[in-house]
Ligand binder design. Structure first.
Ligand code: HEC
Ligand code: HEC
Length: 462
């Protein structure tokens, strides 16, 4: 455990606030409006939890700790997406925006991407595991910042944002639709937006060539949609797959605009970077101590939750148990790695715009799903806005951040149902105050819920 050098000064905060306000009052020439502004600022400060005065004492970070902390902020723009030539195309993003909120894709007219990725809930939901047409086995991660990910889903079974988007559409428990039905909805309701992005949509009105419902069904060749798919010509199937890929590419172009907002931690780091060791008071002392615990070599959180999104984008079995309500064994990365290698929509597939010769798909070349440690390993999640997105872990096993910290503190007593728990993880020696400090730090990674045009269905005035 790392002891902080300073104890919290509960009185100092209020004393310095009082001083500022009374100094303003006694300065005869200060206009009343200014005093009002100062009072409002003080009130807002205490409401938003930024009640530490700018000159509040701060934790002393070592040079090493400081360097690591600086590496955690700010969030840069997302990397290029070579497999999606429309990744940064505004017309594709406008179409993707509409498709993300489109409920008519689902046969019940009730499920859209935004049903589970709710903008007002930081693009997640508050369920343990997601519910579309039925309850799914996994917890909904956020879409904010997903454009940074090399591997999508908890098990990384997609390798691009656009390939990921095709999964829920055809998942019977999510939208429960199929690629032909999706394209028919687009032909009826999004024709113009499609043309603006991709040019003319081929005529799909001949139902003997393009049935209302058809898709490949991996494990059930007798499914009516699989039979309809098999009855199509290979040329028409390839045409439909190309159009379906574009559906994903448009949605991905929209999702690339959804980035995590600026959190108090970012303002703190910006001030530290500018030379103010106290970080302009943007973090409480507890959160500063928590930051120190987070980067300490004793606790090693930052070994896995590194970089501005607090994830190394790799997979670990950290001993989170099988959820009590689920009997199906979840093998995580072990299965996800095999699925992405076989996915026709992966970086090497014929609908990818990447140049494999130039090494743009090399992540697939390095992937070995059978490598040790993949069984029941799940992707290290981003920790941005984590305090707002309970419950936690791949199946929502933990209800609160306190439970997550307890998991790490007593990791030796936790076991996943399969595979081998990462040996790197050792019991920690956190006191009650350390635990509270870590939670205070995690809370400082929260930006306000996204607002503005992109956080609403198109045409809805924010
Ligand atoms: C029924 C709820 C539901 C619907 C509908 C849904 N999602 Fe998800 N989303 C989830 C869940 C649950 C996961 C994690 C699934 C897994 O790992 O197996 C997920 C994962 C993701 C991810 C990966 C994030 C990460 O960190 O790996 C992205 C991006 C995403 N969804 C976008 C979308 C888009 C785009 C749509 C619409 C085409 C959509 N989702 C529809 C629940 C849903
Ligand atoms: C060995 C790598 C590793 C280390 C070290 C590690 N984590 Fe994690 N963390 C993960 C993985 C993997 C998950 C998801 C596991 C799952 O769902 O089964 C996770 C999940 C979380 C979550 C839940 C986030 C969410 O949205 O569900 C939080 C919070 C968290 N970790 C915080 C911490 C803190 C605090 C520490 C240090 C005490 C820490 N982690 C150390 C790998 C790690």
């Amino acid at each position: 455990m790392l002891a902080s050098r300073l104890d919290p000064p509960p009185i100092a905060v209020h004393a310095s606030v009082a001083l500022t306000v009374s100094a303003l009052f006694t300065a005869a020439l200060v206009p009343v409006a200014l005093i009002t502004v100062a009072l409002i600022t003080v009130a807002l400060g205490s409401l938003t939890g930024c009640s530490e005065a700018p000159d509040a004492p701060s934790v002393e970070f070592s040079a090493g700790e400081r360097a690591v902390l600086l590496s955690l902020s700010p969030v840069p723009p997302p990397p290029a997406s070579p497999s999606n030539r429309w990744a940064d195309d505004p017309a594709a993003a406008a179409l993707g925006h509409a498709l993300f909120f489109e409920q008519r894709f689902s046969p019940t007219g009730e499920v859209a991407c935004a049903t589970c990725h709710k903008p007002e809930a930081w693009f997640t939901d508050d369920r343990q595991t997601a519910k579309g047409l039925a309850v799914t086995p996994r917890h909904t991660p956020t879409v904010l910042g997903a454009a940074h990910l090399q591997w999508l889903f908890w098990d990384g079974r997609a390798d691009s944002l656009w390939a990921q988007a095709l999964g829920p559409l055809e998942n019977p428990k999510e939208h429960g639709t199929n690629r032909l039905a999706v394209l028919h909805v687009i032909a009826t309701h999004h024709h113009k937006a499609w043309e603006a992005a991709f040019g003319p949509l081929p005529d799909l009105s001949d139902s003997s060539r393009f049935p209302p419902n058809a898709r490949p069904v991996a494990d059930d060749g007798a499914h009516p949609e699989a039979i309809a798919w098999a009855a199509m010509t290979a040329t028409d199937r390839a045409l439909v797959d190309g159009l379906f890929a574009n559906v994903g590419k448009a949605i991905a172009a929209y999702e690339r605009l959804l980035t995590p907002g600026e959190a108090p931690f970012d303002r703190f780091i910006a001030a530290v970077r500018a030379g103010d060791a106290a970080g302009a008071g943007h973090l409480s002392l507890a959160a500063q101590r928590g930051a120190q615990l987070f980067v300490s070599s004793d606790n090693r959180c930052v070994s896995c939750h590194a970089g501005p999104r607090f994830t190394t984008d790799v997979f670990f079995n950290i001993g989170v148990g099988q959820p009590a309500w689920s009997s199906a064994l979840d093998r995580g990365r072990y299965d996800g790695g095999s699925i992405v290698l076989q996915d026709p929509f992966n970086c090497l597939g014929s609908h990818s715009d990447a140049d494999a010769q130039a090494g743009q798909c090399k992540h697939l070349g390095f992937l070995d799903p059978n490598a040790s440690g993949t069984v029941a390993a799940f992707k290290v999640p981003s920790l941005r806005n984590v305090a707002d997105t309970a419950p936690y872990m791949h199946a929502g096993q933990y209800a609160s951040l306190d439970e997550v910290i307890d998991h790490y503190n007593d990791v030796g007593s936790h076991h996943s149902a399969a595979g081998i728990k990462e040996p790197f993880l050792k019991d920690l020696d956190l006191t009650a105050r350390d635990k509270a400090d870590l939670v205070a730090f995690l809370r400082s990674l929260s930006a306000p819920a996204p607002s503005g045009t992109w956080a609403h269905a198109p045409g809805v005035t924010p």
